[in-house]
Design a protein around this ligand. Structure first.
Ligand SMILES: [Fe+2]
Ligand SMILES: [Fe+2]
Length: 337
């Protein structure tokens, strides 16, 4: 008898051809599917870097948790920081489907062998920074991440669907906070403008170097991990954000920003790429502090991991004993209970 499991052998199709066909058909590669080593390595690097960014990204705003101006603002900020922790955990789980262990990834992060988004190496000086991070940093994250919902690797694409919904909520809460400040006093409006001035260029750099300096983009696009180039995503972000800045009543700190009638989009100046290079290489204002904090949190949490492992081992041992007991009983005896 022929069962569903005994599929017709696919004629003359190598694993690599099958992989390429799945990608070309806009279907998903799943953890048990064959994939080229370089595809796996690229995904591990990208997902780990993304997970690290979510976790490290809690720190700049976490700085304000104990000093939120009202209970309502504290509750909103706390919920946002918890969302980011959740994003990090989904993403570590997605990375683990590729055969790495999250303990190993954390080790690489705190020893500086894996990176996280350079944006989180800037300090948060006032509460307006919380609003600007929500508006610009989560806004840039959305531009980057919405196309990842169609990424060719199934577990990553699925994790991004929920994450993007939450990021869009973060962006709105940031914008609402800024609108409130802009309706306040002159000093509050100055505080918002100052935060915008400090965060605008680092936000543009979140999309990575310009296309000419991004050698891996073409391959990631061919594998349908990435759907748009860095410059395309950056333009999309600027086009989305300029009208929001106008509505808010703030000035974006770029003298070259002007509407391009022909293109139907905004032209803008070139970020200072040497700054991005410096921050990526550990010389941003808060790099050392962020990693030190992450290392301390990891060490402080060792007892939780040990307790959870001991509990899991105990449960396994108990389950083993139960299975042995159950083997002594027939199902009829169980049903008679
Ligand atoms: Fe997030
Ligand atoms: Fe977020």
């Amino acid at each position: 008898m022929v069962t569903a499991e005994v599929a017709e052998p696919v004629p003359a199709q190598t694993q690599e051809e099958r992989f390429e066909a799945v990608i070309a058909a806009e279907q998903r590669i799943e953890p048990r599917d064959w994939m080229p080593d370089a595809y796996r390595a690229t995904l591990i690097r990208q997902i780990a870097q993304h997970a690290h960014s979510e976790i490290i990204g809690m720190q700049p705003e976490g700085n304000w948790l104990t000093r939120a101006p009202s209970l309502r603002r504290k509750a909103i900020l706390l919920a946002k920081a918890q969302d980011e922790a959740g994003h990090g955990l989904y993403l570590y789980a997605a990375a683990e489907t590729l055969g790495v262990d999250r303990a190993e990834l954390t080790e690489k992060l705190i020893s500086g062998r894996q990176k996280y988004s350079s944006i989180f190496n800037y300090p948060t000086l006032t509460y307006a920074d919380v609003g600007v991070i929500g508006w610009l940093v989560d806004g840039a994250a959305i531009c980057n991440q919405v196309p990842l919902c169609r990424c060719s690797y199934g577990p990553y694409a699925r994790a991004m669907v929920r994450i993007c919904k939450e990021e869009s909520f973060h962006q709105r809460q940031g914008y609402e906070l800024l609108m409130t400040l802009m309706r306040g006093t002159e000093a509050q409006r100055r505080m918002v403008q100052d935060a915008v001035d400090r965060w605008w260029w680092p936000s543009l750099m979140m999309f990575g170097p310009s296309d000419g300096d991004s050698p891996n983009t073409a391959r990631s696009m061919a594998w349908r991990i990435k759907r748009h180039t860095n410059d395309e995503l950056r333009r999309r972000f600027v086009d989305m954000t300029v009208p929001q800045a106008q509505h808010l009543g703030v000035t974006l700190p770029d003298p070259e920003l002007r509407w391009n009638e022909e293109r139907g989009g905004w032209d803008f100046g070139e970020p200072d790429w040497s700054e991005l290079t410096r921050v990526i290489h550990g010389q941003g204002p808060c790099n050392a502090q962020r990693i030190e904090r992450r290392r301390a949190a990891h060490e402080d949490g060792a007892w939780v991991r040990e307790a959870a492992s001991a509990y899991a081992a105990k449960r396994r041992a108990e389950a083993g004993t139960r299975t042995a007991d159950e083997a002594q009983h027939t199902p009829e005896q169980e049903n008679g209970k």
